[in-house]
Write a protein that binds this ligand. Structure first.
Ligand code: PLP
Length: 369
């Protein structure tokens, strides 16, 4: 056996949320409401850009993603040098850990939240400190109070995965004001396009006042490009130049770059898709709360059902029996909002909290999916 870094065995593995190959006959007919993806295939204009870029795939992609970064700078009203790209926004989380965390340091985030923050921190060798949500929301004062001399990164997921709850701009500003400027604050806005003011406020407006702020966005969710892997961070030019040191060279491929640029050109069509997901979110939430499920108002493309372990397990099992995959957590179930017919299958499968059968072996075996 090879010798490995101390603590590496304790790093939590990524909780893969989907079935294996879609070509496998055993995986046919499943509705995947488990990974917060878009239910829609790429738009025709984006598919065309993908085909054109694929034809030149014998060449390496643009190293710096110059064109995409220039377009993003225009969209967000910042300088291109403030933007870093990644193979999904998750790569930018790893870049952040590589430049700021490490053995002897601490990384702080809420709980429950996107579990990958723990993995990213643990891989760097940092200690992880989790601050419980209060009534399903980030407790910004408790998080700021938990920052110590050793804290190098604070991750804030807004809107939060898995609860769908959001922070206002004033709450994010308050948190940033209380955290020392030597500590990197990463505000992950993977689901921002599905959120509305005033419940949600983007940290983008606060970039000018905080050099230590890094805002993450992705093309994986609202833009429907999860399979291509492209995300980005916006921060101060100083932090961006450090993050670029930790970027995996050519990690965003030419097809991903072309698809992201074409998506930015298709704003109206994407806005219509986002609106349809939000309408479905309302329909599903209304139906489920009417049946007695407890669901906080969601600012994302998923719903959180708070439920004890047995009910959560039974709900996941009941859905799986109807070939509907949803994500189980110890204290609830997260359901991605899909296309109308997918959501109707979910509604038919799930039933009401009181109608659920007791937990069994089948539920336990489905928990890791
Ligand atoms: C909060 C959050 N951030 C980041 C990601 C990963 O995004 P990407 O595909 O851009 O790496 C996810 C994926 O589910 C997420 O829920």
């Amino acid at each position: 056996m090879i010798r490995v870094r101390r603590g590496i065995e304790a790093v939590p593995a990524y909780g893969v949320g989907r079935l294996g190959s879609a070509e496998d006959p055993a995986n046919q007919g499943f509705v995947q409401l488990i990974s917060n993806e878009s239910p829609f295939a790429p738009l025709p204009s984006v598919s065309d850009a993908i085909s054109r870029a694929a034809a030149g795939a014998n060449r390496y992609p643009d190293f710096d993603g110059v064109v995409l970064r220039a377009r993003l700078a225009e969209v967000h009203g910042v300088e291109a040098e403030q933007i870093v790209l990644g193979c999904g926004s998750i790569e930018v989380c790893h870049q952040a850990a590589a430049i700021a965390a490490g053995p002897g340091s601490e990384v702080l985030h809420a709980w429950p939240t996107f579990p990958e923050y723990t993995t990213v921190a643990a891989l760097s060798g940092a200690r992880v400190r989790r601050v419980p949500l209060t009534q399903g929301r980030h407790d910004v004062d408790a998080m700021a109070d938990a920052v110590s001399e050793q804290t190098r990164i604070v991750f804030v997921c807004n809107p939060n995965n898995p609860t769908g709850t959001a922070l206002t701009e004033a709450e994010v500003a308050h948190l940033l004001d209380k955290i020392p400027s030597t500590c990197l604050v990463v505000v992950d806005e993977a689901y921002a396009e599905f959120a509305d003011a005033p419940e949600f406020g983007s940290a983008l407006n606060l970039l000018g006042a905080h050099e230590n702020l890094l805002v993450l966005r992705t093309f994986s969710k609202a833009y429907g490009l999860a399979g291509l892997r492209v995300g980005y961070g916006i921060t101060s030019a100083e932090v961006a130049s450090l993050l670029r040191l930790a970027k995996i060279p050519f990690s965003v491929g030419s097809v991903a770059l072309a698809a992201a640029i074409a998506s930015l050109d298709a704003g109206d069509e994407l806005a219509a898709r986002i609106a349809s997901v939000k309408a479905e979110r309302h329909r599903v939430a209304t139906r489920l709360t009417g049946r007695g499920w407890k669901i906080p108002p969601s600012q994302a493309n998923f719903l959180w059902i708070a439920a004890d372990e047995d009910r959560a397990a039974a709900a996941v099992r009941r859905c799986a029996e109807s070939k509907v995959l949803v994500r189980r957590f110890p204290d609830g179930v997260r359901i991605t909002v899909g296309a109308e017919e997918e959501n109707t299958r979910l509604l038919d499968a799930l039933g009401s909290p009181d109608g659920l059968p007791p937990t069994g072996v089948a539920a336990a075996s489905l928990a890791g999916r």
